[in-house]
Write a protein that binds this ligand. Structure first.
Ligand code: HEC
Length: 269
């Protein structure tokens, strides 16, 4: 049985063909017409990049003692902190355009599920994208007549956006991790400072850690707060100085925290 093509579609096709022939006869050579278009579009894109650079530089906050890693403006911080090779407990975070993959990795935990999330599912979508024109051979281009294709076309970005948002607000691995094994201590801001500055690569604060420096899980061997403060600020005996890495408040929090580990009572605040 012959496939009947609707009248309207034939009309549209005839119109297209006549127009194509007319355009071809009239003729627009590649140079300068197409080249002019390309030049203008490229210029606009370059100007957009320049504008974004200016906005980024103008809106980002200055790098100062309290913000050694810079401060976010409209388009991110000026510069990011130097990598600290002493930090073993790190919190891997992808760039925003990989957050959806990151979220998939969070959803699928066991190893064989991981293969699903990172290889099989993305591959299925890639293959679908390539074969879709061969599967959907409908002649009608009208959006309302292509419900399946449209549903696919809209659901993919919707899923990607949802995964990106979920990945962006996902709690970090470190904030939920344990430094001392005692939730009352782990909840203190000093615990986060300890984990982010790599103190655990040399010290054990109760939940395991390096053995380069003394075990601090019962407080410092020398419990004098002034000595603890001096050691954190100036380092020495194999420990790097941390004076520039913390604000005075943060150093005080660390001292109170370590003194608290000695007495067994978490410092207040
Ligand atoms: C590269 C390894 C290393 C890192 C990282 C490190 N320390 Fe130390 N720390 C040591 C060593 C080694 C000592 C012993 C120094 C000595 O005996 O003179 C020490 C000593 C100390 C002491 C004094 C203990 C005492 O009473 O004798 C404190 C308190 C301390 N560290 C806290 C910290 C804090 C807080 C951090 C993170 C900001 C940190 N350390 C990071 C190696 C390290």
């Amino acid at each position: 049985m012959a496939v009947t093509t609707p009248r309207k579609v034939i009309n549209r096709r005839v119109r297209y063909e006549t127009e194509l022939v007319a355009q071809k006869k009239e003729g627009h050579p590649f140079f300068p017409y197409a080249m002019f278009h390309d030049t203008v579009v490229n210029l606009i894109i370059v100007l957009m990049i320049v504008a974004m650079t200016i906005i980024w530089h103008a809106t980002a906050g200055p790098i100062d003692a309290h913000h050694p890693d810079g401060q976010n403006g409209w388009l991110g911080a000026l510069y990011e902190g130097k990598a600290n090779p002493a930090v073993q407990v790190t919190e891997p975070r992808p760039e925003w355009y990989f957050l959806f993959l990151f979220e998939l990795l969070r959803i699928f935990k066991s190893p064989w599920e991981l293969i699903f999330a990172t290889i099989i599912i993305p591959t299925i979508f890639m293959v679908l994208l390539i074969v879709w024109p061969f599967i959907d051979r409908g002649r009608d281009r009208r959006i309302s007549r292509r419900p399946v294709g449209m549903a696919f076309g809209l659901s993919v970005p919707a899923v990607l956006i949802a995964l990106t948002i979920a990945g962006g607000i996902a709690p970090g691995a470190v904030s939920g991790s344990s430094i001392t094994g005692d939730p009352k201590f782990d909840a203190l801001p000093a615990a986060a400072l300890i984990s982010s500055h790599g103190c655990t690569s040399c010290h054990n604060f109760g939940a395991g850690g390096g053995t380069v420096g003394p075990n601090l899980s019962q407080g410092a061997p020398n419990p004098d707060p002034a000595a603890i403060k001096a050691q954190i600020e100036n380092g020495g005996g194999g420990m790097p100085p941390f004076k520039d890495a913390f604000t005075a408040d943060e150093i005080q929090q660390l001292v109170d925290f370590i003194v608290g580990l000695g007495t067994g009572t978490p410092p207040s605040g």
